[in-house]
Design a protein around this ligand. Sequence first.
Ligand code: HEC
Length: 144
Amino acid sequence: MRALAHSALRLALITATGACASSGSSAPAPATFTEIYAGLFPVNTKSQCNFCHSLPPNNKSNGNLSMGSERSSAYAALKGKLSASTGCNGNPLIVPNQAENSLFFRKFLENPGCGGQMPLGGDVLTDAQREMVRSWIAAGAKDD
Ligand code: HEC
């Protein structure tokens, strides 16, 4: 009976510690679009978005998603816009607060649901890079 009470106490302690560790106070701040752009877009290599998406709209080279070569033009091409590509036509590029419904997040997954994984033919995004995009959309996809 004593042993049983002892293990019940231990369980209670472990549970309390776990609850403490997962409390929101230490959650990292969401990424900004400025950080995402700097990490993913500007360098002219096949792993970076501008390699294809700064070109004029064309279904073959960028799925008609032309984002220019500046942070502001990229944001303007994404926020509130629908896909005009053959494979993903009509799907929203960004749904604020819903990364899983946003092509600008889904296209980085192994199975994006339509079309290919981005960056097409380049290095797959790291978990940390995907998390930056997810956290930015989850926080409202602001022009920050
Ligand atoms: C080598 C060229 C290439 C690179 C590099 C590339 N893309 Fe793409 N992207 C395409 C093509 C082609 C399509 C259309 C076909 C498809 O959906 O697979 C596309 C489609 C997309 C779409 C969906 C567009 C729509 O309206 O349906 C998004 C979003 C996207 N890319 C984002 C990115 C981002 C962000 C990067 C950088 C991390 C990137 N791409 C890198 C060629 C590229």
